[in-house]
Design a protein around this ligand. Sequence first.
Ligand code: 0WK
Ligand code: BGC
Ligand code: BGC
Length: 931
Amino acid sequence: MLAVHLVSFLFSKLQEDPTKKVDRFLHAMRLHDDQLRDISARFLSEMKKGLSAQSSAAATVKMLPTHVRSTPDGSEKGQFLTLDFGGSVFKVLHVKVREEMGIRRGEVEMEEKTYPIPKGLLEGKGSELFDHVSESLKDFLQEKNISLEKKHPLAFTFSFPCEQSSLSQGLLLSWSKNVRARGVLGKDVVQALREAIDRTGGMNVEVLAMVNDTVATMMTCGFEDRRCEVGLIVGTGTNACYMEELRHIDLVEGDEGRMCVNTDWGAFGDDGALKDVITEYDREVDAASNNAGRQIFEKMVSGMYLGELVRLVVLKMARLGLLFDGHVSDALKTKGKITTAHVAAMEETKNGLKNTRSILMGLNLTPSQNDCVAVQHVGTIVSFRSSNLVAAGLAAILTQIQRNRNLRTFRVSVGVDGTVYKTHPQYPKRLHKVLKRLLPECRVRFILSNSGSSKGAALVTAVAQRLASQKQKVDETLSLFRLSYQQLQVVKARMRAGMEAGLRREGRSELKMLPSFVYNSPDGTEHGKYLAFDLRGTNFKALLVNFKNGLQKAELYNKIYTIPPEMMQGPGAELFDHIAECVSDFLDYMGIKNLGLPAGFIFPFPCKQTAIDAGTLVCWTKGFKTTDCEGHDVVKMLQEAIKRRKEFELDITALVNDTVGTMMSCAYEDPQCEVGLIVGAGSNVCYMEELRNIETEQRDGNEEGGTDGAKTTGVAEVERMCINTEWGGLGEAGSLDDIITPSDVEVDQNSVNPEKQRFEKLTSGMYLGEVVRHTLLDLTRQGLLFRGRVTDALKTPGIIQTKYLSQIERDRLALLQVRSILQRLGLDSTCDDSIIVKEVCGAVSHRAAQLCGAGISAVIDKIRENRGLDHFDVTVGVEGKLYKLHPHFSRVLQETVRVLSPQCRVTFLPSEEGRMKGAALITAGVRQMKM
Ligand code: 0WK
Ligand code: BGC
Ligand code: BGC
């Protein structure tokens, strides 16, 4: 009875679908999606380890920076020689990118020749291997009649893990696949090739770039699809690269842009990370390999090993009597007898089984139909696992890109090459399907590289050449904005000269040096209620301050009104009527209309004051062009506007420049504050000057000439007065012509006050955006930006507001954000474009900060010398969006002052809306006869 059961069990077993038998036998190789997701997560954390400076040394997945920073943008052209070394065949190629007319626009023409490499050389002396490569190159040049004299740029595709510090250098970290040449590890393979080419002699070749085959493949496919940002090789070896954000690559300087990273994922698992999925066959393959313990992932995936894995599985099954009735041939026991090409043949849809039979018979086996089905299925499981593992690795890379871009769904293209992917009939489909399951929200297009990776290698060189020449031209343009220490010293000296001239002879200096009739800083005894009104360009602000022995305890009430833009160009009366209406509304709003409170009127424009409460507008600045105001007393104009309302009176006690207001409010906190700086829409500075140096007759309010420098105010002897320098005018007579750039000329010529306020137009928020825009226009016209396309957006004045400079220059701002800012402005940009835009913004704002630093240095050294001091501690009260909001402006300004005024120790005190409090303090001081 038992015998009957056993026979029927065995028969049923034999009758069973042989694939089921194999499935059971190889269940360890059949990885389900959860396992793949887990492997993918492990791989992603290994990637992070490889990218971070702390852990990269220990990481198995080396994440090697390739110094390829950009994918092709369509402008590459030239003739290149390429060497394609490291795949299954060694090729020499001549690549013409968009060269002669014959080539259809955008096309690439290639001539190639494959040169076999004797096995001995792959395991012999490295120098001999490179000599073989170089001699093959010479043979190619001769055979293709390519000039041996003419200089040829060469790109070297070298498909082994190399540590690169630049595109044209690469230290070999380890050999892989079937190469084991001696004396090359740790050496610069580009140098080794150059030396071999010199040894061969008789050819003029310049090795410009060395790339990994994955990188070259990505570039090759990127030529036709700009979304191609991943390169994949499943060939003799396996590997992948992708475009990573530079800020994530610790081993490379800079945060801007992206760089292609060669993951060299073949080594994944070398630290045991895959020990739970490695099978005994993998261990056998590894043990028998020439680099045991290394390239574990590669040995589970790539063409060099798949055939061997199948052989070992079939061998074991045969030994266990599960195949060929337990018959084992010597051939089956021989390493390498089943190749990956065999496995591919076995899996051919139509002839798979037939191929399997003839392959097995080729191994002196007599397989049954079931044996063939079983062996074919072994091949399927082994290659299926390979495609699954590649999908897991790819899923990790795509997840990293997705996170870099902060996208939920996204589209990307993957450039692929390698005999396994190309020749194994089922491989691509399986890989795509599994990847779709692992990463459903990502739309992946696989692009097969039909012409090998050399087109890509040539493009890398062409892109490198393009980037290098672009960088050089952009640097040339931006060098005009980079001021040397000597140039800043000169600007300082000219600022000083302008100050001296302004103080001496009125009107002949670029700097107006306008007396403010403010002699003292506040002393903290100010008390009572005061008003302050501030015409701030696009808005008007009203303030009521109630000083209660100390500003800290002062009550402040303010209200902001807008100034309709048309009033900046309209009749003066309308503007002042509007101001009077705002004042009226504020007094109503505060219920103080009939209190007749004294007011300070901040008028941030150059006013020639004859007294604390009287001053004529010398000229408008900052885009104002209101008529019938210049040459008129602005206090009177406001009084008249108020009179026209016939409803209240306003006692304008003080007319104050915004720099003076700022200085006063900061002096309240820090008595050492004797300089007021504004770097906002406009830029200007005031400071406390010795009365003796102020020769203009107005200095003490009466027409006849000056006295002995001292002046008596209501109470005390004073020696100094605050001077509003109006440094914005520096350069009006040409003193800055040697640093003014063509962009500055454009900005000035297109401003409402050409030839005026030249220094202001180099330093203030109203103009920096325009300087950037004109510089971008210039670079675009040179074809260095936006693919040379001058769009209407770029031609639109004012489209790049200075606030964008602050945003764009924010450190660690991903370039994507720069691109989105540019996108919002209707400027479609590439990553490279964004890098250049950020550089231009940086150069323009850096210069502005340096120039302001040179100006401040001139002012504080004048005060120091005024007082005959070797050392001078001073505080500068500062206000203005550019100083406060720009990420680097204040630091660069302070650094410049420190270098140009080593005998001064300067504290920069940012003032929170201090200018109006300052005006109220001055008003209080005047009222309390202290001014
Ligand atoms: C063809 C490329 C070459 C790369 C090879 C990889 O031109 O750079 O190394 O694919 O595939 P394999 O030849 O190793 O199968
Ligand atoms: C190498 C990689 C190469 C890959 C494909 C691997 O063995 O380590 O650098 O990209 O093979 O050729
Ligand atoms: C004006 C100055 C003012 C500065 C800052 C310049 O345009 O001429 O008076 O201080 O802007 O607002």
